[in-house]
Design a protein around this ligand. Sequence first.
Ligand code: MRU
Length: 355
Amino acid sequence: MKVNGEHFQTIWLDSTESIIHIIDQTKLPHHFTTKPLHSLDEVINAIKIMEVRGAPLIGVTAAFGIAFAMKSNSSDDSLKDASSRLFQSRPTAVNLQWALNRMNKELIPITSEKRFEAAWSLCQTILDEDIKTNQSIGLHGLHFIENHFNKKTLQVLTHCNAGWLATVDYGTALSPLYYAHNKGLDLHVWVDETRPRNQGAHLTAWELGQHKIPHTLISDNAGGHLMQKGEVDFVIVGADRISMHGDVCNKIGTYLKAIAAFENNIPFYVAAPKSTIDTDATKNFFDIPIESRHEEEVLMMQGLNSNNELTNIQIAPKGTRAFNPAFDITPYKYITKIITEDGVYSPQELKSVYS
Ligand code: MRU
């Protein structure tokens, strides 16, 4: 998508140097900066501190982590070690595991001399596929919206950031909105700020603004009120993991929005690639690892100070302890439809389509 009129992806390759470049998302919206990544350690760090974030983008970046590991040491042990370190970098989004499995499946059977080249080429494929997948989600979502809503200004609410910044390009939940806007549909998006890391305020508001989609930032607590007042036609969010039953793990606070939407008879849509579906039906989905992040993310807030410098300020009394679960699970009964690159399904249909 465009940044100040110029096309950007969140991640791209420099094949001559065998390195990648990313947009550093910890500095947005105030500074647009890109940075190169050269090694497995740099990839792990970028995922952990959320320079790259969003389930699909974490998966793509992790694949490059494997390629970098193969560049310096392409032995079986190195592959195993890199996979296990990447796996632990952010535990909830299943796309990371999906990308690691795909890399391992390709690399294990081939000789170690050929591994780096094969890894690099598969990374490029995974990156390109992500763009196509999100375009497809966008088109399915667009047709669904066109067939189900017929009103002057469509009021949409979204939580966190499931836009192009969370993927290589286009996004998942925001992809249908980009297609709709480009086609001339009149849209307005309510953007949840998404405490504690404020991905809505920092990222979604920024990317919608860059694309000139009308939007208004709201506090996380305002959504229920807007729904009661008839100001929301549908909610659309992304996902970090979806069970075969259609339960959806996504950014903390998604569950509360889904309950509010259900209570007010407002459709609640989830847009995600099939790589977000956790096909392991042997475990209880409500026992999946929910990442618990540092308490500082709740106790501090980032923004510009009066000198226009990016600053963290403390918002709670010194010594206050905080708890910071990064995701929650919305049971399938609150979800109206799940949009994937293959179509639009009810949660109950997922099993027959994807098992
Ligand atoms: O903690 P984050 O910013 O990585 O969380 C992102 C989300 O929860 C997104 O909604 C989800 O990954 C879907 S992104 C297309």
